[in-house]
Design a protein around this ligand. Structure first.
Ligand SMILES: Nc1ncnc2c1ncn2[C@@H]1O[C@H](COP(=O)(O)OP(=O)(O)O)[C@@H](O)[C@H]1O
Ligand SMILES: [Mg+2]
Length: 314
């Protein structure tokens, strides 16, 4: 176990399947306790990356350390430190909740299995339903049970491969809440997802990949890097003169008028806004609201994909 430094570290981690380079020289460091998102289109290598880190698939080149152990060399030790929810986790419908957990617990040699089963069934609110077949559970509950199954041996690191895909909004919400709870317990969670709002809400940092690493940062910083920061002034009436008033400031790089709103690109809204507000009022503006234009992580993602395509197409 490592006390300091990253819990996962990869250096030029790569994997090909024949001619397909599924994962192309990925180098990342993931900190203990982090919720780390892996985002990217279908076929971007997310599952392949996670399977390598879970010591289920060997890299073709590069290296990685997970919880202090090197993949390919100390795989048994790694498997003890990690939990893995695959894309299609598959529970046994005919077995009860308890039997499902007991079956996997036995298979993986979990210690104090009864206590662990109780702990997780209680955490999921399923203790009273432990003798019911899993077939009777909602989709969200089943997925939570599948995650709990990956946690029976109390791994430090949890890999979740698209845990909410195919779930309805209510079920997805249950699962997200559970993930947040698990993160609150200090676990490191690697989350592959297509749901960018989900990544935005849950992840401390996200890696956007498409074979190779396109971007890596917190959602907040990624937004700023890609779009800068924009302030929106809602006015009783947006007059064209106001544009010049705002552009006179060095820290204003762009101004757009849209209906009764003015969008202003500024370097440092917290410090720059008071001066802008004063100037607008002096120029006769009637300010109704001031806010920051919030870009969705989806916009960041699409922008990254667009520029990546631009590069690939020459
Ligand atoms: N076992 C495999 N055999 C051959 N090709 C594979 C295998 N696993 C993945 N691939 C290929 O590797 C690429 C990355 O796949 P994957 O890691 O599943 O992407 P993602 O999870 O981001 O959708 C895809 O082109 C996929 O077809
Ligand atoms: Mg996948």
């Amino acid at each position: 176990m490592m006390n300091n430094g990253p819990i996962i570290q990869t250096t030029n981690l790569s994997r090909s399947f024949g001619d397909i380079l599924a994962v192309d020289r990925i180098s990342v460091s993931i900190n203990p306790g982090e919720v780390f998102g892996l985002l990217g289109p279908n076929g971007a290598g997310k599952t392949t990356t996670v399977r390598m880190l879970a010591a289920l698939l060997e890299p073709t080149s590069g290296e990685a350390y997970v919880a202090g152990f090197q993949i390919g060399k100390e795989d048994q030790k790694i498997r003890r430190q990690i939990g893995y929810l695959p894309e299609a986790p598959g529970l046994y419908d005919a077995l009860t909740a308890e039997q499902n957990l007991a079956f996997f617990g036995a298979m993986y040699g979990v210690e104090e299995i009864s206590r662990q089963i109780k702990r997780y069934l209680e955490m999921l609110g399923l203790w009273n339903r432990r003798y019911e077949p899993v077939a009777t559970f909602s989709k969200g509950m089943r997925q939570k049970l599948a995650i709990a199954r990956a946690l029976l041996h109390e791994p430090e690191v949890l890999f979740l491969d698209e845990p909410t895909s195919g779930l309805d909004p209510q079920a997805a919400r249950l699962v997200r809440k559970f993930i947040a709870e698990l993160s609150g317990e200090g676990r490191t969670i690697i989350l592959c997802t297509h749901n960018l709002d989900e990544a935005d809400r849950l992840c401390d940092r996200v890696a956007v990949v498409n074979g190779h690493l396109l971007a890596l940062d917190s959602p907040k910083i990624l937004r700023r890097k890609i779009f800068g920061r924009k302030v929106v002034f809602h006015l009783l009436e947006a007059k064209i003169d106001f544009e010049q008033v705002l552009l006179a400031f060095d820290f204003v790089s762009e101004v757009h008028l849209v209906e009764n709103k003015i969008l202003v690109s500024v370097e440092d809204p917290e410090n720059n806004n008071p001066a802008l507000i004063r100037a607008l009022i002096e120029a006769g503006a009637e300010i109704q609201f001031v806010g920051e234009l919030r870009r969705r992580l989806e916009d960041v993602y699409l922008e990254l994909m667009k520029s990546a395509e631009g590069i690939n197409n020459g």
